[in-house]
Structure formats: C-alpha cells, structure tokens
Design a protein around this ligand. Structure first.
Ligand SMILES: [Zn+2]
Length: 210
C-alpha cells in the first residue's frame, strides 16, 4: 500500500485534460524543434551534462518527446531518466540555485545526493482509474523524495516535512518554494495525501504551488 502510494502520480490542480500527442503541423513541429535546440544550447552553456534521447511514443497516449538524459548537474541524482528538456533545465537550475544554497543556509552542509522516485511513468493522475494522464506520462514531471548530506545524513520528505527538526523543515520548505518559482507546478505533503513522501514538480500548466 505504501509503495503504491509512493509510486502514485500527482494532481496538478487546475489543469485541464490534455490530449495525447498527435501528428504536428510542419510549423508547429519547427517551432518545437527550435525550442528544443534552444534548450540544448542552454544546458550546454550552463555546463549541464546531458544526452538527447530519441522521441518515444508508447501505448495509452504516453510519450517522451524532446527528452534528455541528464548525466551531470553537479550533484548525483537517483532514478533520473527521460525528462523533457525544459524540465531537465529547470531541475539543474533548481539544484544549483536553490538546493545547495538552502542546504548551506539551514543545514550547514552540501547535498551530495538528491533522491527521486523518477520522472517518466505511463499513468494517470495519482494512478486513479479514469483520470487524465499525469505529466509523468509525458516525461514532464519529477518526484523528489529526499536528500543526502555530506557526512551521510539523509533527509526525507516523508520524515522531515513535519518532523521534529526545525531546520530540516525550513530546508524542505525552502527548496519546495524555490521549486515553485522554477517549475510550473510544485506539490508537497501539504497539497494532498498522495504527496506525503515526495515533492512533485512538473512543467505542465501552472502556476500552481502548494
Ligand atoms: Zn509526481
């Protein structure tokens, strides 16, 4: 049961249902490839290691289009696989501009590993039957579950968000708030019961932060 909840997708509220990808008009495809190229250039300029992945379409309307595999963002990250390029760009920026400074400020240590439950997953919102597809179904979302500090201390969203350590609570809230400024949607354990153990960030329709 816990594992099922842990793997559940997330509800970015206020979003409309979106249709599965379909054949694009040439103008649209050109615009999209220009945006992807710009995103690749941004990653290169910011010295973020990545590999472009071939477009993949799966049954059920799921897809990973214009996705990249991050290989080096300055901090090792677990379970990070296909991500849309804009999601990857914001994730790397979030790590550099928000996670490390917040860890220095509140915990006095560097984060040496970010733990996630992953990115792509062909599933509906919160894995509920009949619900629309989650942003995870488009490789456009990431679920962050914890952080390991220099020295080995491990901070988890599940234990830390409402835990006893005030500095850990502040650190987690700081990185969540900073995520809301960089991603379209940011959800925390304060959003609903499905997110008791992770922060969900996606580049779908926003802004929404809770
Ligand atoms: Zn999620």
């Amino acid at each position: 049961m816990l594992i099922m909840l842990a793997l559940a997708g997330c509800i970015p509220r206020g979003q409309q249902s979106r249709e599965p990808p379909r054949a694009q008009t040439p103008a649209r495809a050109e615009r999209n490839s220009a945006q992807i190229l710009q995103c690749h250039l941004d990653l290169a300029r910011e010295e973020i290691g990545f590999r472009a992945l071939p477009d993949q379409r799966f049954s059920g309307g799921c897809s990973a289009l214009g996705a990249v595999q991050l290989t080096e963002i300055g901090t090792p990250v677990t379970n990070l696989r296909a991500m849309t390029c804009p999601l990857a760009r914001q994730f790397a920026r979030w790590n550099r501009e928000a996670v490390q400074p917040a860890a220095d400020q509140w915990l006095g240590r560097r984060v040496v590993r970010i733990e996630t439950f992953g990115t792509y997953g062909c599933r509906t919102v919160n894995s509920q039957p009949g619900a629309r597809l989650s942003e995870h179904a488009y490789a456009n979302a990431v679920d962050v579950s914890g952080f390991v500090l220099e020295g080995g201390r491990r901070i988890t969203v599940q234990d830390g968000w409402n835990g006893d350590d005030d500095r850990v609570r502040r650190f987690l809230r700081a990185v969540h708030r900073a995520g809301c400024r960089r991603f379209a949607v940011g959800l925390s354990p304060d959003s609903d019961a499905y997110h008791y153990n992770h922060m969900h960030f996606d580049m779908g329709r926003g802004p929404y932060c809770r």
